[in-house]
Ligand binder design. Structure first.
Ligand SMILES: Cc1cc2nc3c(=O)[nH]c(=O)nc-3n(C[C@H](O)[C@H](O)[C@H](O)COP(=O)(O)O)c2cc1C
Length: 177
């Protein structure tokens, strides 16, 4: 485990988001990772914050509402693309994604949610604020592109339900080994 200064890795995290990184949660003893392509790193309330955007119908949303902590897991170098297929295409509501994707969990430092050795750049986050986005406040072209009404919210490809923004205070940052 090597501690890092997150700002030194901001570019790597931004680039990795284009292909997908993991958002891992844990509730009722179930660890679950979902792929995210949206994420924001910055300062809020004078704290270092990583914000994630989770559609309302996701299993991950239920997990975060039960236990307001998560880890962000970013690949460094090559990784098994099956991880993205499983964690971005299937729901933890139906399967054990940790087993199916072959993830190796690592003990966290501060929060209760583990790190993922295959995606070793780790941000441990505690949720300090959450807010459901209001589609009425978004430009119409974004609403039409991102929130068409044809896929129900129980489907992993759901696109009709709005996102909930979770603001996670970054309480530890390191490369897991
Ligand atoms: C590249 C990629 C990026 C994604 N980004 C997001 C995202 O930022 N927010 C979101 O709610 N879903 C996103 N998804 C969809 C979820 O990963 C997918 O619905 C997943 O099955 C949800 O898992 P869960 O039901 O176990 O929470 C993305 C999927 C892929 C493949």
């Amino acid at each position: 485990m090597k501690e890092i200064k997150v700002s030194d890795y901001a570019g790597i995290i931004m680039e990795a988001l284009r292909k997908g990184i993991l958002l891992t949660s844990k509730a009722d003893d179930k660890v679950n990772s979902m792929v995210i392509g949206w994420g924001t790193f910055g300062i809020n309330w004078s704290k270092p914050v990583f914000a994630v955007y989770v559609r309302e119908g996701r299993f991950t949303r239920e997990q975060l509402d039960k236990n307001p902590e998560f880890t962000i897991n970013v690949p460094l170098g090559d990784f098994d693309k099956n991880i993205i297929a499983v964690c971005g295409g299937k729901s933890g509501r139906d399967i054990d994604k940790v087993r199916e994707a072959g993830l190796t969990l690592a003990e966290p430092q501060v929060v209760s949610v583990p790190a993922v050795k295959e995606f070793p750049l780790t941000l441990e986050c505690k949720i300090i604020y959450r807010q459901k986005q209001e589609l009425e406040l978004l430009p119409q072209d974004i609403v039409e592109r991102m929130y068409p009404q044809n896929v129900p919210s129980t489907n992993p490809m759901a696109n009709r339900d709005p996102h909930v923004t979770y603001y996670g205070e970054i309480v530890a940052a390191y490369i897991a080994d």
